[in-house]
Design a protein around this ligand. Structure first.
Ligand code: KG4
Ligand code: ZN
Length: 341
């Protein structure tokens, strides 16, 4: 089948995503989030996420089918994220996917969440076809990864990733330090609007010459978070929240863009694909676009609804796997919270 009708289930974090695609055509992309339930804890609570998925799945599947105008029987395959992500949350999605596949007698595809983020790009009908190879930078509350994509179904190489916090997590933690609500990304963005990005020089993680041998494409944000904490503790007087927010954001953006463009240069790949919820950050997009242009690198940014965690990217990746002749998964697979690409 060249244009298989696939339903994708994504439950690796706090979004219950159900997407339906026909080949590379997006038919529906339904998302239910338990974000509000995590807000008072200042971050995603795994048990709450898993239970919320359980409650959200059935209505989300029904909504996605309705939106796409298709019936369960019409589907050619079911796809599900098997990792990386929160084990309990993944398990709920995998259980639902297996139940659907068995009861409908349809093939089932277990797919990698990070590769799914890359596949999101090909569902963007407004963009020209994705050119390969490309470097991909995926930044969200759960991951910060730099990848080299030579072929979506057979050759995705992890160049580097965060050694501690994810970039979005750093936004969330620093927002909390500044007394701003969860999720912190949009709040820091808002606070930073009136701030001076050069007011405070916060550290760029793993960017010293001595770090670059072993960690050229890796990220670290916990030292930055500590630096912000120390700076705010020592500050005497009313905290200049806007300047702290802007300077912190600049440190994150600077290191993300610098390392992504270094990967492009080192591999002779003049293309950079961005993905993940942190891409909502205006400053990140602006700096990436400006510096990439200087370096002769073209940047692709899918629409935000495809950048944040969603089921369509999982369905879209499975459709590519089917197109490439990949056999379905057997029912034995389970959740793998650290699944490699
Ligand atoms: O991809 P996503 O929706 O969910 C997962 O993390 O799985 O990403 C959410 C993360 C949160 O950490 C949130 O603070 C961050 O993305 N985020 C932002 C912005 N909007 C959301 N970070 C920086 N700037 C933003 N404007
Ligand atoms: Zn993600």
């Amino acid at each position: 089948v060249n244009d298989p009708l696939v339903l994708g289930i994504e439950t690796s974090c706090d979004e219950t995503g159900i997407g339906i695609v026909r080949g590379r055509t997006l038919l529906s992309n339904t998302i239910a989030s338990s974000m509000d339930e995590h807000a008072r804890y200042g971050g995603v609570v795994p048990e709450i996420a898993a239970r919320a998925h359980l409650e959200a799945l059935q209505p989300a599947i029904e909504a996605a089918l309705r939106e796409a105008g298709v019936q369960l029987d019409d589907l050619d395959a079911i796809a599900v994220t098997s990792g990386p992500g929160l084990a309990g949350a993944l398990m709920v999605g995998i259980g639902a996917a297996k139940a659907l596949a068995v009861s409908l007698d349809k093939p089932l595809y277990a797919v990698n969440h990070l590769v799914g983020h890359i596949a999101a790009d090909i569902l963007d009908a407004s963009a020209p076809p994705l050119e390969l190879p490309t470097v991909a930078l995926l930044v969200s509350g759960g991951h910060t990864s730099l990848l080299l994509v030579r072929d979506l179904t057979t050759d995705v190489e992890l160049l580097g990733e965060t050694v501690d916090d994810a970039a979005g997590e750093a936004f969330d933690k620093v927002a909390r330090l500044l007394g701003l609500p969860y999720p912190g990304g949009p709040e820091i963005d808002r606070a930073a609007a009136s701030g001076d990005a050069h007011a405070i020089r916060f550290p760029r993680g793993l960017s010293r010459a001595s770090d670059l041998d072993k960690h050229r494409y890796d990220f670290s944000f916990s030292g930055l978070k500590t630096a912000v904490a120390r700076w705010t503790e020592q500050y005497d007087g009313e905290l200049p929240v806007a300047d702290v927010a802007a300077s912190f954001r600049e440190a994150v953006v600077d290191v993300l863009v610098t390392k992504a463009l270094a990967a492009c240069a080192d591999h002779g790949v003049p293309r950079l694909l961005l993905g993940g919820g942190v891409i909502a950050n205006r400053r990140l997009r602006d700096v990436a676009l400006a510096r990439a242009a200087e370096a002769g690198v073209t940047v692709r940014i899918p629409p935000l609804s495809l950048c944040t965690d969603n089921g369509a990217m999982i369905a879209g990746l499975a459709a590519e796997l089917i197109r490439s002749g990949r056999k379905p998964s057997t029912l034995e697979f389970g959740a793998d919270s650290t699944l490699p690409v």
